[in-house]
Design a protein around this ligand. Structure first.
Ligand code: ASP
Length: 357
């Protein structure tokens, strides 16, 4: 993305000339900043004008800058090129700001937060994704609380260092590690969960940070932005009765390089010979297969049951306790940055940015 392509608006909320922190808000679209159009459909609109009108912002001592994507998107339209744009904007502006708030639709927020956690190696400042279930102008909207608290978290410091120097999602009172989060609710305000990792903070009367769970600030670390991801991946969810034609046709997709196999329980799959044979053949042709459980809590333990031992024997990699969102984006990231399938297979089960143990 070139600088000229996005719109930049500066807003000063500071009551004194000494602002406590400067925050870059990147508005990508999503319900938070949407309004109903003439036909009654929700569509994105001018976000910076809305931000300027939030009275609570006047109580902050912050310098805010809003960058809006030139084409605002409902997050169902998010594409890896938007991750590259987000990474580019954060990397370009990294030294100028104390923290970043990304306003994003909830539908694919966990994918984007996961992707950015891999693409921004050595991140040492807060990147807080947030959004809302109702537009900011609606009665009973959750938008203002989510947005204001995300700003507060992005600017929170102790001894001159950020408290949360990692990619997170703040939503409905919970601050979650981005690559541990999943959208679980389409109606309730409490939309995201993190089954396998504790909340990094809970926001009530005060914001209670869970310091031992937060990635520590590392003064010497340098930001390295990786922009390449490879989209040639697929998710194959197992179900009783999945047949040979389905599995074979998925594995014959031209240029396919990686497959997330969504298995049962602790990583188990049917023992049908055709399934194992087809998967093994694909692995021998160079495809990387990652085993992720359909259960949102717990982890894959290949070899615990006979039904997962055979997957291990043919070279399926264990996805341990990763979310599907983290697994897909990690696979895309490693396929885009690593050159050999051995390296990809070696790095897949290891933590890159706290997405697994
Ligand atoms: N469809 C919307 C989006 O993801 C939903 C939301 O923002 O909550 O952009």
């Amino acid at each position: 993305m070139e600088k000229t392509k996005y719109k930049i608006v500066n807003i000063s909320t500071a009551t004194s000339t000494q602002a406590k922190a400067s925050i870059l808000i990147i508005y990508t679209g999503g319900t938070l900043g949407m309004t109903y159009d003439e036909s009654g459909v929700l569509a994105p609109f001018n976000f910076s004008r809305t931000v300027e009108k939030i009275p609570a912002l006047r109580q902050f001592d912050l310098h805010l800058t809003v960058i809006s994507f030139p084409q605002l998107v409902d997050s169902s339209d998010i594409h890896p090129r938007h991750w590259a744009d987000l990474g580019y904007i954060i990397h370009e502006n990294y030294q100028r700001y104390d923290g970043f708030v990304v306003v994003h639709g909830t539908d694919t927020m966990a994918y984007s937060a996961s992707a950015l956690s891999f693409m921004l190696e050595g991140l040492n400042k807060p990147v807080i994704f947030t959004g809302a279930q109702l537009p900011i102008g609606s009665k009973r909207s959750d938008a203002q609380e989510n947005f204001i608290t995300a700003l507060e978290i992005a600017s929170a410091q102790v001894d001159g260092h950020p408290i949360v120097p990692e990619v997170c999602i703040y939503f409905g009172g919970h601050l979650l590690r981005g690559n541990r989060s999943s959208k679980r609710q389409s109606i309730h305000f409490d939309a995201f969960t993190s089954e396998n990792y504790p909340s990094l903070a809970e926001a009530g009367v005060v914001i209670d940070y869970n310091l031992p769970a937060i990635h520590p600030y590392t003064p010497e670390s340098q930001l390295i932005y990786h922009k390449q991801v490879d989209e040639n991946v697929v998710i194959l969810k197992l179900f009783p009765g999945i047949n040979r034609k389905v599995v074979e046709s998925v594995l014959q997709i031209p240029d396919l390089k990686g497959l997330i196999l969504e298995t049962y329980g602790s990583g188990n799959a049917p023992t049908d010979a055709f399934l194992l044979y087809t998967l093994e053949d694909a692995i021998q042709r160079g495809l990387t297969i990652l085993n992720i459980s359909q259960c949102s809590g717990g982890r894959v333990i290949q070899g615990r049951y006979k039904t997962s031992k055979s997957l291990e024997n043919i070279g399926v990699v264990s996805g341990k306790d990763m979310t599907t969102e983290a697994a897909v984006t990690k696979l895309m990231f490693l396929l885009g940055t690593e050159t050999s399938s051995e390296r990809i297979r070696h790095r897949l089960p290891l933590s890159i940015s706290g997405e697994t143990y």
